[in-house]
Design a protein around this ligand. Structure first.
Ligand code: ATP
Ligand code: MG
Length: 214
């Protein structure tokens, strides 16, 4: 007999959405840990187009965020990067992300990965009622935020999981702040991303350039 959970033939793909401005080791550990615990075949990182929650601040060009994500994930054969959100016009809504990915990968089960901070606000996302029909959601622990699903009681059973992962107190905001002040971002983000930030002079105050490339 088969049940919904013993259907071993279906591929399981993790979806790690984010602004990735810049991508850091917190994102990578979250993806790796969920892949391991949920037996995912692959994880697709999806940099946002226009992040609707971040309209208050200047977000780096999508192409830079995309390339940093490619650089950070290149060495992992199970990680890839999708352009669906940056190639779609207008603000990014996760519901559209999931529909586009399912169109590209029919017959797969999607696992959408979010940190505790994002999970807290998930019922404010556009079309959230429908979202849970397209993917299982995995909320992961993040230092400074409480991992809880008490606000998600009305979501169908088995569509939301909570997972404790190794704690990395890293945020893109802190990486940007450090880069702006010439403080090191080494070891917070992958080496290639440190070098890309320097090469493209990202996060620097207007008009200043960093000459040493470190
Ligand atoms: P920003 O400070 O600009 O908001 P961020 O570090 O929160 O950046 P995002 O691109 O906003 O990174 O996050 C993408 C996803 O990764 C979100 O679901 C977020 O909760 C999760 N995430 C980010 N950092 C961590 C971390 N250190 N541990 C666990 N999850 C994280
Ligand atoms: Mg964030």
């Amino acid at each position: 007999t088969t049940t919904g959970t013993s259907d071993g033939a279906r591929r399981r793909i993790g979806v790690m959405g984010g602004t990735f401005d810049p991508i850091h080791h917190g994102h990578l550990v979250a993806a790796s840990e969920v892949a391991h615990r949920f037996g995912l075949d692959d994880v697709v990182f999806v940099p946002t187009g226009e992040p609707w929650q971040k309209r208050g601040r200047a977000v780096s060009p999508a192409e830079d965020r995309y390339l940093m994500t490619v650089i950070a994930t290149a060495s992992n054969p199970r990680f890839s990067v999708s352009r669906v959100d940056i190639d779609r016009d207008g603000p990014t809504y996760t519901l559209d992300t999931l529909k586009d990915l399912l169109r590209q990968h029919p017959d797969t089960d999607l696992y959408f990965i979010t940190g505790a901070d994002a999970l807290e606000k998930i019922l404010t996302w556009r079309g959230w009622e429908e979202m849970f029909d397209f993917a299982t959601f995995v909320g992961v622990s993040r230092p400074g935020f409480e991992l809880s699903d008490t606000h998600l009681a009305e979501i169908k059973d088995g569509r939301v999981y909570l997972l404790e992962i190794p704690a990395l107190a890293i945020s893109s905001t802190e990486c940007r702040r450090r880069a702006a002040e010439d403080a090191p971002v080494w070891y917070l983000v992958p080496d290639g991303v440190v070098q890309y930030i320097a090469k493209r002079n990202l996060y620097r105050p207007e008009g200043s350039t960093r000459l040493d490339g470190t």
